[in-house]
Write a protein that binds this ligand. Structure first.
Ligand code: NDP
Length: 617
């Protein structure tokens, strides 16, 4: 292929790559804010907003209980997928003295809290829902809705007997290593002072909601809530929609990310008037949900889920696309790339290197054309088109979202020029010089997924000599395997901090770590180890591996071409100069290589990289 080759000319491609590149740059520039992540209001427990947007549980009454002062072999912080899978794998490995401490009133984590109408997993449920074979469950739909996922979390809790020793409705307020005792002390907001030999941090990536730092948030006199604390008492209806109490209400929703895309259809169908405040449009591809095929289920062989998860991962990461994923939205870009490569024939290395970008343009053109095909008003259609590379933000998939903007009671308010909503008053929202009077504001403003470690974990953690983990990681996270850090003995940092490395199908990556932590803890207990501490060499070896050339692919995943990606949580809100090295949260060689590395480490049986102090005999 040459540059003049008609196969890749704008005429045959149907788009002009240079013009698109220019448009992407402009759209990004328009949204960049100097205050980057600081634009968001942190909801820590001392915040004046904490009670309303964080600690408030609209789904359960608080149950009084006495403070706990006991000791466990393992305490796991968090009862979402990370905590539950780590507990399940520990129990399978013979470590049974395990307590989960959870802020919700039941298991489920993000699926406990996120009950907004339309909530659904965006990854196919056969790959996403953990431990299907172990619990003997098969999801009803290819893409499950939140109530089924939450029920599955409870099923896992029952199956592995996790309820017996779990503590719910409890926020951990401090973790402190006591060197004399070789125990962690776990303090909570319920007055607990528990002890543990080992602590697994499983707080997950989406446990801390955040509010946009819009002036006047506190002035609003109407009703408001964050999507992860959905107030059905106010809206009426349930996860299926039918929000009947909104029939006479004017509602505003701020944010158009993956959450808003799922709940806007129900809001549009129910509210008297809905204003959707959009700063950056999401890419919204087809969902095409379907019922689970009974014949397919009947033919499954033991071990099918892990096999499927692996094939799904391969398909997402540029490997072979198995036939069952040929119609999957997540593989659209990979399929486009494959088609371009087939068309390209014999090309040089530089031209080959350009093909992924061409495939991305093509993918986003297809997704943008869905907007034109759905939205009746061309001016609205133009605002709903996403002009950035597909994986600059979480791609979304929904068959009802776009059409909602054809409703006469729904108005899209584009706030991209002003880089967000201007301010909030006692009566509503000011944007583009107009005050929108509303009865209710719903914040679909996301979570502390990639912000500073202190913000996203939200728990003070003190290791040897009272060292704070957040001071230690000021410039970036330093660990061995993303799981253990020097000066923080007997502590496992499961799941949450490693969100990028674990890939789009988060639960699969979480399980890779859970099995590893289960092995390590069971070995340490068997070998009568009192203190397991990562050595300086062990940590450095891992960090070097992360930063090696072979791992550099991660830059792409992290929106690491900050010059090209629109701001968002993937790229620290587009920060020009990164305030910490995000590469240290990742393993650019991919999940397959990570899984193999951990498996080899376990098979060697030497606990390499750990300094061990044994219990006195
Ligand atoms: P996001 O962080 O993705 O979106 C937040 C939204 O709020 C963005 O649209 C953002 O605009 C907007 N916003 C922030 N500040 C302002 C402001 N001042 N004025 C106007 N708009 C503003 O949060 P979500 O809850 O949507 O999603 C978070 C993550 O949760 C997803 O990326 C995904 O990983 C996960 N998720 C997964 C689902 C699943 O199906 N498994 C479903 C839902 C969520 P901008 O983009 O311009 O910053």
């Amino acid at each position: 292929m040459s540059k003049a080759d008609p196969a890749f000319s704008p005429a045959t491609l149907g788009f002009d790559p240079q013009q698109l590149a220019q448009r992407y740059r402009e759209e990004r520039e328009k949204r960049l804010r100097d205050d980057a992540e600081a634009q968001f209001v942190e909801l820590d427990h001392d915040s004046p907003f904490a009670n309303k947007y964080l600690e408030n549980d609209p789904y359960s009454e608080l149950i009084e209980r006495e403070p706990l002062r006991d000791e466990r072999d393992v305490i796991i912080i968090g009862g979402g997928w990370v905590g539950m899978m780590t507990a399940a794998r520990l129990i399978q490995a013979g470590v049974t003295d395990v307590r989960i401490v959870e802020s919700g009133a039941d298991f489920g984590g993000t699926w406990y809290w996120n009950r907004y109408p339309g909530a659904q997993c965006d990854i196919e449920s056969y790959s996403y829902l953990p431990l299907l074979e172990e619990t003997g469950y098969m999801p009803k739909l290819r893409y499950s809705y939140a109530p089924e996922i939450y029920e599955h979390a409870q099923r896992i809790g029952r199956h592995f007997n996790l309820y017996e020793d779990a503590v719910f409705q409890t926020w951990v307020t401090e973790l402190r290593w006591d060197a004399e005792d070789a125990r962690w002390t776990v303090l909570t907001n319920r007055g607990d002072k528990m002890k543990a030999r080992y602590v697994c941090l499983g707080t997950g990536p989406a446990n801390r909601p955040r509010l946009p730092g819009i002036p006047g948030v506190e002035d609003f006199q109407g009703h408001s809530f964050h999507t992860c604390r959905w107030d059905y008492g106010y809206t009426g209806g349930g996860p299926d929609g039918n929000l009947d109490k909104l029939a006479d209400k004017t509602v505003a929703i701020i944010g158009t990310g993956a959450t808003a895309v799922q709940c806007v259809p129900a809001l549009g169908a129910s509210a008297k008037q809905l204003y959707v405040f959009q700063r950056t449009p999401s890419s919204v591809d087809l969902r095409n949900n379907s019922e689970t095929d009974a014949d397919w289920v009947a033919g499954l062989q033991p071990g099918w889920q892990k096999e499927r998860q692996k094939r799904f991962g391969d398909a997402l990461l540029g490997g072979e696309i198995a036939p069952e994923f040929e119609d999957e939205g997540w593989t659209r870009m990979a399929r486009n790339l494959r088609a371009l490569m087939a068309e390209a024939g014999d090309i040089d290395a530089e031209q080959l290197g350009n093909l992924p970008q061409l495939a991305d343009f093509k993918t986003m053109e297809q997704i943008r054309s869905r907007v034109d095909g759905t939205i009746k008003d061309p001016a609205v259609a133009d605002k709903l088109k996403a002009f950035y590379n597909q994986f600059c933000k979480r791609p979304t998939f929904n068959d009802d979202y776009l059409d909602t903007f054809n409703r006469p009671n729904v108005e899209l308010v584009d706030v991209s020029e002003a880089k967000g909503v201007d301010r909030i008053t006692d009566r509503g929202i000011v944007a583009n010089g107009r005050e929108y009077e509303v009865d209710c504001i719903i914040y679909a403003s996301g979570f502390e997924i990639t912000s500073s470690y202190r913000r996203r974990i939200g728990i003070p953690i003190y290791g040897e000599d009272g060292a704070s983990i957040y001071d230690q990681w000021h410039d970036g996270m330093r660990t061995m395997h993303g799981l253990m850090a020097q000066r923080f003995p007997n502590l496992f940092l499961c799941g949450g901090l490693f969100v990028f490395q674990l890939g789009a199908n988060y639960c699969y990556g979480v399980d890779v770590q859970a099995e590893h932590v289960a092995y390590t803890v069971s070995e340490l207990l068997k070998r009568r180890v009192r203190v397991a501490q990562v050595t300086a060499e062990g940590e450095q070896r891992w960090v070097d591996d992360q930063l090696s050339e072979a791992s550099s692919g991660v830059q792409l995943i992290l929106g690491g071409s900050p010059e090209s990606c629109t701001p968002g949580y993937y790229n620290q809100e587009g920060t020009h100069e990164r305030y910490r090295d995000v590469r240290l949260e990742s393993y650019g060689k991919g999940l397959g290589a990570y899984r193999k590395l951990l498996r080899d480490w376990r098979e060697a049986g030497e606990l390499e990289g750990l300094g061990l102090t044994l219990e006195p005999t």
